[in-house]
Design a protein around this ligand. Structure first.
Ligand SMILES: Nc1ncnc2c1ncn2[C@@H]1O[C@H](COP(=O)(O)OP(=O)(O)OP(=O)(O)O)[C@@H](O)[C@H]1O
Ligand SMILES: [Mg+2]
Length: 215
């Protein structure tokens, strides 16, 4: 797989020849220098971006063969994506942001799970607030709740503990573990946190477009 970007007269090629398979209920950490393509890789796997060469298969479906709105439906149902810059919707309250995947999937609102996530992430008092009034770490915790609320089978997390203190980061890793145990979710996580990476069965280093086992 590869992704090429045109910037003026220049072409930037990243992830050339990259090959990655993920198993169900597996935890995989990806590390690598800034700019090596980690975020681009997650966006490609989520079907939010298309590879310039190669293909991406999710649960047996080639994402490149899916037209809209099927692609959006597939993403909404199966994927929980925690963006590096959170991507909360400013015009919706915190609670509305978190439950958005349920609305998109026409799923019932499971109050119990929302309460459980809000308690664990200590965002219960923030549910009626607007995202612009939150701190970075608060936004990150809301983004994590939104990525888990619909029990996706693939959790793509872009430095999900980057703005969090150690105790909260541990609680987030526990939530991921629960999702893996309860619904056999797969976790693909970009992280620079050695402790979080240490909780994953596979640790990979992205360098020059290829993934190598990290020590
Ligand atoms: N839309 C775009 N147009 C042009 N270049 C892009 C675009 N998106 C990403 N890039 C380039 O691709 C490279 C990889 O970017 P990416 O965001 O995937 O890196 P990253 O590994 O996530 O970095 P960081 O650790 O800083 O978040 C960078 O050099 C970036 O400038
Ligand atoms: Mg990034």
């Amino acid at each position: 797989m590869g992704r090429h970007f045109s910037v003026g007269a220049e072409t930037i090629s990243i992830l050339d020849g990259l090959d990655l398979s993920l198993e169900r209920a597996e935890r995989v950490a990806i590390m690598g220098a800034s700019g090596c393509g980690k975020t681009t890789l997650l966006h490609l796997i989520a079907g939010m971006d298309q590879p310039s060469q190669g293909s991406i298969h999710l649960a047996g479906t080639d994402l490149g063969q899916l037209a809209e709105p099927a692609l959006t439906r597939m993403r909404a149902r199966r994927i929980g994506l925690i963006f590096q810059d959170f991507n909360l919707i400013d015009s919706l309250t915190v609670a509305e942001n978190i439950t958005l995947p349920l609305w998109l999937n026409r799923l019932p609102q499971p109050t119990e799970f929302l309460n459980e996530l809000s308690d664990t992430l200590a965002i219960q008092p923030l549910l009626d607030r607007m995202p612009t009034t939150l701190s970075g770490g608060e936004k990150q915790r809301v983004a994590i709740a939104r990525a888990l609320i619909h029990r996706p089978c693939l959790i793509l997390a872009d430095e999900p503990t980057g703005s969090l203190d150690e105790a909260t980061a541990t609680r987030v890793m526990d939530l991921f573990d629960q999702a893996i145990k309860r619904s056999e979710a797969t976790l693909l996580m970009v992280t620079h946190n050695r402790e979080a990476a240490g909780l994953c069965e596979r640790r990979l280093m992205l360098r020059n477009g290829s993934l190598q086992p990290a020590e």
